[in-house]
Design a protein around this ligand. Sequence first.
Ligand code: MG
Length: 254
Amino acid sequence: MHINFVIVLRSRREIEQLRKANAIVAEVFQELKRIIAPGVSTQELDRLAEAVILARGGIPAFKGYRNFPATLCVSINEEVVHGIPGPRKLKEGDLVSIDVGVNLNGYFGDAAITFPVGEVDPEAKRLLEVTEKALYLGIEKARAGNRLYDISHAIQTWVESHGFSVVRDFVGHGIGTNLHEDPQIPNFGLPHQGPKIESGMVFALEPMVNEGTYKVKVLSDGWTVVTADGKRSAHFEHSIAITDGEAEILSRLP
Ligand code: MG
């Protein structure tokens, strides 16, 4: 992690722009939710997401980012993040993690949800519940006066108390007029450390939680991140803005 960085404070007008970008992200998830089922291919999900984003005047933020080839990152089971959509079809019992990024007029929205495909086993349900709750516990700590790694610590302690692990190699981030801005926001860390949180800061918080080891590796496609032990992973992300001292979830589903 780098040490010297500046966290940009966004004006009310800019936060309004970020709200609009994230509203498209939320709409993409609403549409995806309708079609996620066994037999649907990940490229069908990608096409639908791209159509929704373009219809709303946005640009898929991931497509072309460091040459990533698609609108969505779609990561199944032991895939953690950055999976590339393709002909693979969802199967009953899969966990499918979907990450969406939107650029609307130069302002970025970013969120992720892991969906169960059909009926999943009880351990998979527990992994999803613990990961989603970790995100909300992190969001609760994102308030003026707290320090940045209070968020990290809340996520890590919750996840580890349930016997799961937090991925180290990928982290949350600032977001605004770039998809990834400072600060980096690890999902692990010590409380009462890091910069003070202030109104105007905008973060994408995104716990990535593994059933087994936190260690990951990248497949030969150069993108797909998988767990080192082949066990499953889940990922929930929201973009949030600190407004009047409190976290407002910009990418919340209506
Ligand atoms: Mg993100």
